[in-house]
Design a protein around this ligand. Structure first.
Ligand SMILES: Cc1cc2nc3c(=O)[nH]c(=O)nc-3n(C[C@H](O)[C@H](O)[C@H](O)COP(=O)(O)O)c2cc1C
Length: 391
């Protein structure tokens, strides 16, 4: 633990600190002030982000001194970083619609979470993204045996395959707690992971929650970014984005994405009104990204009027997406005929209506999600025959 530091620190500096540590370099992140107090007109920094333990304030006067500390050495090492980040957000932002938490609330969360984190450790789970309903259910059952009080970390809310609205109501009662529920639904079982807030999207108030229709409520309960991103070495990226695409689409296939070459093609008409549909990426070569369809289709008409287009791939299990923007050119009639001939039989289309197009890319973005929402974006931009890269 660090010694307290005497420092002339304007309080506005503390207020100006970010609400989230995502994207901050380690040195900047570790220097963030967690707690400071004024002594004889001087600000004394009590804890910084990088400290092994944070000392908090805002406790009732009879709180024992050792209960004012969050000692991160008691958290499994692999999960320490993410728990610190969650607690920092919670400390800085509080729960949506509520003031920032006091020390007692934060400390309570910290101690409530620890048993669950140790449970993850025994399962050799080293990141929250790997927490599955099965993991939760084990924990939930343990907690239910333990006591009757609200389960602070995880709660099994329903085992019904079609959860009734009562489930939602029971969930919204969690709004009173200082935690935001996140629902994981799989195999007819529903579990809630409770995390201290604040999520990027605000937690609805009870009134807002009641105003939502059932579909909206259901949509908001659905999980997102539940995949597991493979390691990504930003120092080893290829100069040519097509090489990276080759690696990523094969990695998606390897983990079982059923149709990794299915992509969304966005086009726009002459007035700039957008349209999009799913189709198949037929090939990638030096001349462009190939796709095919009917000239008489909406995309055929739109591309004839406005040859600008974009492709978007999303491979859920690896939390990866690729976006490609560029200009579309029609392939030669021979190439279109060859593509038509290579299609599976039984189609009503006429060869003369079939077109192979190539999207000539100007910008290719590789996006990899992270459960802690520290997403990675690598953007390649064409500069003549070469590509520039920004990560
Ligand atoms: C998985 C999947 C693959 C598809 N592949 C193609 C394709 O390769 N070419 C095509 O024209 N339409 C394909 N379609 C159908 C299109 O999504 C769309 O319905 C059709 O192209 C008409 O779109 P448009 O009217 O906007 O041109 C596919 C649809 C799905 C769901």
């Amino acid at each position: 633990m660090r010694k307290n530091t005497m420092l002339a620190l304007p309080h506005s500096d503390l207020d100006a600190q970010p609400g989230d540590v995502r994207g901050l370099p380690k040195s900047e992140r570790d220097a963030l002030i967690i707690n400071a107090t004024q002594v004889d007109g001087q600000w004394v920094i009590i804890s910084r982000y990088g400290d092994d333990a944070w000392q908090l304030d805002g406790f009732s006067s009879n709180t024992q001194a050792n209960k004012k500390w969050l000692d991160f050495s008691t958290i499994p090492q692999a999960l320490r970083g993410v728990i610190k980040a969650i607690l920092y957000r919670y400390l800085r932002r509080g729960r949506y619609g509520a003031s920032r938490p006091k020390g007692g609330g934060v400390r309570q969360f910290f101690s409530d979470t620890r048993p669950f984190l140790r449970h993850l450790q025994t399962l050799e789970i080293d990141h929250l993204g790997a927490v599955t309903p099965l993991v939760c259910s084990i924990r939930s059952r343990e907690r239910i045996r333990d006591s009757n009080r609200t389960f602070p970390v995880l709660m099994c809310v329903s085992t019904a395959s079609n959860p009734a609205s009562s489930t939602t109501r029971r969930m919204s009662s969690f709004g009173k707690t200082r935690f935001a529920p996140r629902l994981i639904a799989r195999r007819n079982a529903r579990y809630v992971v409770i995390r201290p807030v604040c999520p990027d999207r605000p937690t609805p108030t009870r009134e807002q929650d009641e105003d939502m229709n059932e579909l909206t409520r259901w949509l908001r309960d659905q999980p997102s970014l539940t995949g597991t991103a493979p390691p990504l070495d930003l120092s080893g990226l290829p100069a040519d984005p097509h090489e990276l695409f080759d690696t990523w689409i094969r990695a998606a296939a390897d983990v079982g994405v059923p149709e990794p070459r299915a992509t969304t093609l966005a086009t726009a008409d002459a007035d700039g009104r957008p349209d999009a549909r799913t189709l198949i990426l037929k090939g990638v070569d030096a001349d462009g990204w190939q796709f095919a369809g009917l000239r008489s289709s909406a995309k055929g008409a739109q591309l004839a009027e406005n040859p600008a287009a974009a492709l978007n791939f999303w491979w859920q299990p690896v939390m990866r997406a690729v976006r490609v923007r560029g200009t579309v050119r029609e392939a030669t009639p021979e190439e279109s005929a060859a593509d038509f001939g290579a299609r599976p039989a039984s189609s009503d289309a006429a060869p003369s209506d079939w077109v192979l197009w190539r999207l000539v890319p100007e910008r290719i973005e590789f996006w990899q999600g992270s459960p802690e929402r520290r997403h990675t974006r690598v953007v390649y931009t064409r500069a003549g025959d070469d590509w520039t890269r920004r990560a």
